[in-house]
Design a protein around this ligand. Structure first.
Ligand SMILES: Cc1cc2nc3c(=O)[nH]c(=O)nc-3n(C[C@H](O)[C@H](O)[C@H](O)COP(=O)(O)O)c2cc1C
Length: 384
């Protein structure tokens, strides 16, 4: 008899052969781990599993920076984007380079305090200012995990780590068959759907479904407007005018997030249209090549908008130190993309929680060593 541990719902079951599904949460086979062979205990254990499952797509390198030597960028011509960046991956690389160019000041003289990492986001109390970024389409990567289980892993793992997961949108999601919204409904709305900039009437349908699911907010990745695969599957996407953004903000009873902002004037326009959150992001360098790193454009956007809207930043954030760099550059919270995908693929919600707990721990250390009493108080004085 083998004891199987479900990495999605943390229950155990005993049977000779690996069950096709978890009898408790119906998570697929891949989520069930042989207890004796070892349940993942560290983010490294989870990465080792993810590396095998994502063979040919992503090698879960210690430095996920989109460099030419990385499997996701190699032989990019004509290859589906996978985990990589658009074109030659210069935008993807710029995210990592921008963060590595920022350094932290060590400050060790002063009161001994345990840094407070808590924050408030749209009325929610988060244990630390880090959330899982909106991602989608992972089911099609080596077919290792179903889209529904992937969404469940991100949403549950984020909640278990004391934060919240955002969910993405892609060409095989429709208002009628939407894995993210289905999971969010099951999980009592503990997650935030970010929709592609589809036709206004489709977006209104999706927003209504998010309201029904009990989500605390909705949003749109405005930089998803260049997606050709959406149009190819009969779900066209569009650039959105300020009037159209305002129409959606007014239609929704929930706070609205504008994701994919890289320019202060765009940020300003979104704020004027009534969005509550501006999400500074270049989509992990996946929608346009040769863009700057998000950490480069963040200070100017924050300078203009700090206090008027909640500002998130993402792109190349791999450690708690990177999180602190984004916070000190003006972000109110930070999103993690590729690392959360790897964590969910390698270890379900357990993997996501292990990863986020580790980021939380290192963020605390980074705050402590830079003499910061709280994550909310971090500012550019600690950067050099
Ligand atoms: C495989 C993959 C799928 C993604 N899907 C979406 C999506 O559906 N919607 C969205 O807003 N962003 C999407 N993103 C972008 C992320 O939300 C985030 O901006 C980016 O991954 C952050 O960079 P990082 O991966 O370097 O952390 C995706 C990113 C990846 C790598």
């Amino acid at each position: 008899m083998t004891h199987w541990y479900c990495t999605l719902c943390h229950t155990e079951t005993s049977s000779k052969d690996q069950p096709e599904r978890c009898p408790n949460c119906s998570g697929e086979k891949i989520m069930l781990t042989d207890k004796e062979a070892g349940i993942p205990k560290t983010p490294e254990d989870v990465r080792d599993i993810a590396r095998k499952r994502l063979k040919g797509l992503c090698a879960a390198y210690p430095a996920c920076d989109g460099n030419f030597d990385k499997i996701c960028q190699k032989e990019a011509y004509g290859k589906p984007i996978g985990f990589g960046g658009a074109g030659q991956g210069a935008g993807f690389r710029a995210n990592a380079l921008a963060l590595s160019a920022i350094r932290l000041k060590t400050r060790v003289v002063g009161e001994h305090v345990e840094p407070d990492t808590r924050t408030r986001f749209l009325g929610l109390d988060l244990d630390f200012p880090v959330m899982a970024a909106s991602t989608a389409g992972i089911e099609r990567y080596n077919n290792v995990v179903s889209e529904v289980d992937f969404c469940r892993a991100v949403v549950r793992g984020s909640r278990e780590a004391g934060t919240i997961g955002w969910r993405g949108d892609t060409w095989f999601y429709t208002p009628e068959n939407n894995p993210a919204l289905r999971v969010l409904k099951q999980e009592k709305g503990h997650g935030i759907p970010i929709f592609k900039p589809r036709a206004q009437d489709v977006l209104k349908k999706l927003i209504s479904l998010a309201e029904e699911a009990g989500c605390p907010a909705v949003g749109m990745d405005l930089d998803g407007c260049g997606s050709t695969i959406m149009a190819k599957h009969g779900q066209p996407v569009f650039r959105k005018s300020m009037a159209e953004i305002r129409e959606l903000v007014e239609f929704s009873s929930l706070p609205f997030i504008a994701k994919g902002i890289m320019d202060p004037d765009d940020a300003e326009a979104c704020a004027e249209a009534g969005v509550k959150v501006v999400s500074v992001s270049n989509h992990g360098g996946r929608v346009l090549d040769s863009v700057p790193g998000t950490a480069e454009v963040l200070p100017e956007i924050c300078h203009r908008l700090k206090g008027r809207v909640f500002i998130t930043a993402d792109g190349g954030v791999r450690t708690g130190y990177d999180v602190l760099k984004m916070l000190a550059s003006g972000a109110d919270a930070v999103l993690l993309g590729r690392d959360i995908i790897r964590a969910a693929v390698g270890g379900g919600s357990l993997g996501v929680k292990l990863h986020l707990d580790h980021i939380h721990k290192v963020l605390k250390k980074a705050l402590f060593m830079t003499g910061q009493a709280s994550a909310r108080g971090a500012n550019s004085k600690i950067l050099c």
